[in-house]
Design a protein around this ligand. Structure first.
Ligand code: FEO
Length: 162
C-alpha cells in the first residue's frame, strides 16, 4: 500500500496528466480554427497519449491497493496567436510536468518506496522525449517562420503522426 503522501502525490499527477490532455485538445482546436490540420492532428494524438499517462498512474495506484481520487480538471487557456506561441506553451508545460515527476521521484526515494521509484522511471524517460519533441518542433517553426503560409510543409509532416 502507498503512504498517504505518495497516494496524494500520484492522484495529483493523474489530474495533471488529464489536464495535459485537455490542454493539448484545446491546442488542437486552436489549430483546427487556424486551418492547420496537421498540427491539429499532432495535438490530438498528444492529448490521447496524455490520457494514457494518467491511466498508467491510475492503474498503479489501484495495483498498490490504494485509493484513486479524481479531482476537478482545470480549464485550459483556449486562445493562441500563432503556432510558435502554442509550442512555447507546450515546452513550458512539459518542463513543469518534468519538475512534478522529479518531485514525486524524490518523495519515493525519501520514503524508500522502491516500487513507486521504479514505476516513475518510465515517466522520467518519457519527459526527456516530451521536452525534446516540443523543443524540436518549436525550433522548426522558428526556422520556417511563424506565419501560417510558411508552416504548410511542417503542417504536412506533423499530420503524419499516428
Ligand atoms: Fe504526460 Fe506530456 O507529460
Amino acid at each position: 500500500m502507498l503512504s498517504k503522501t505518495m497516494e496524494d502525490a500520484l492522484n495529483r499527477q493523474v489530474n495533471r496528466e488529464f489536464y495535459s490532455a485537455y490542454l493539448y485538445l484545446a491546442m488542437s482546436a486552436y489549430f483546427e480554427s487556424a486551418s492547420l490540420k496537421g498540427f491539429a492532428k499532432w495535438m490530438r494524438v498528444q492529448a490521447r497519449e496524455e490520457r494514457t499517462h494518467g491511466e498508467k498512474i491510475y492503474d498503479y495506484i489501484i495495483a498498490r491497493g490504494s485509493k484513486v481520487t479524481l479531482g476537478d480538471i482545470e480549464a485550459p487557456k483556449g486562445k493562441w496567436t500563432s503556432a510558435g506561441k502554442v509550442f512555447e506553451d507546450v515546452f513550458a508545460h512539459e518542463q513543469k510536468v518534468t519538475a512534478m515527476i522529479h518531485n514525486i521521484v524524490e518523495l519515493a526515494t525519501k520514503e524508500k518506496d522502491h516500487a513507486s521509484f521504479d514505476m516513475l522511471q518510465w515517466f522520467v524517460k518519457e519527459q526527456v522525449e516530451e521536452e525534446a519533441n516540443a523543443g524540436d518542433i518549436l525550433a522548426q517553426i522558428k526556422t520556417v517562420g511563424d506565419v501560417p503560409g510558411h508552416l504548410f510543409y511542417l503542417d504536412h509532416q506533423l499530420g503524419k503522426r499516428e
